[in-house]
Ligand binder design. Sequence first.
Ligand code: ZN
Length: 203
Amino acid sequence: MHSGPTRAAAGLHQFDFIGDHLAINFINTLRTPNGEPFEVFKTDKDVRDWLRRAGVSTPSKTANWPPGTLVRKARQLREVALKAVEAKKAGRRPFLDALNSFFKHSTSHPQLVMRPESKIEIKRIYRGRTVEEFLAPIAESVADLLANGDFELIRRCEGDKCVLWFYDRTKAHRRRWCSPTACGNRAKVGAFRARSRGHAQAN
Ligand SMILES: [Zn+2]
C-alpha cells in the first residue's frame, strides 16, 4: 500500500498540539497512540523538527555538540518535566533542582523587537552555545507551567492506556480526552457496544 510522506507525517504528528501548552505538548512527545509507546524524539533532527513545528525560535548558529546530545538532553528535560507535573498534580512537592541546573547552563539576554503598528515586543535571545540554551524556551515553559499553571485544569486524558496530558481551556472545563476523534471516539464506541450488549441481554 502506498502512503505518501505528507499523509504519514500528518498521522504521526496529529497529537503534537493537543496539550494546549508548549510544556505539555513537549511532555506529550512520548505517547501511546495505539496503546504502544511512540517516541517522537529518536534523533537530534526529530527534536529540531518538533521545535520548528511548535513555533519555538531557536538559534540559527549553534555550537557543534556531539551527535545525539540534543535528543538525549531533550528526553532528560522531558522526564524532569513529566515527573514535576505528576508530582504537582498528585499534591506532592516537585523536585526542582534538575530544572534549575538546566537554567544555570543557559544564559540569554532580552532584545526589543519592533512589530507591525509600532508594537514593541521583548524577545529573549539565546546564543545556542550550550545544548541547554537551545532547549531553554521549553525549560522556561515548563517553569511557567509549574509556577503559574492551574493544576485543576491540567489533566491526563481519560483514555485507556493513553498517557497524554492537556491544559483544559474549554469554557465549561469539562475536557476529558486528548482528542475527540481518538480516545473520545474510542470511549463512545465502547459505551455504544456496552449499551448494545445490554439491549441484547434485555431482549
Ligand atoms: Zn487520549
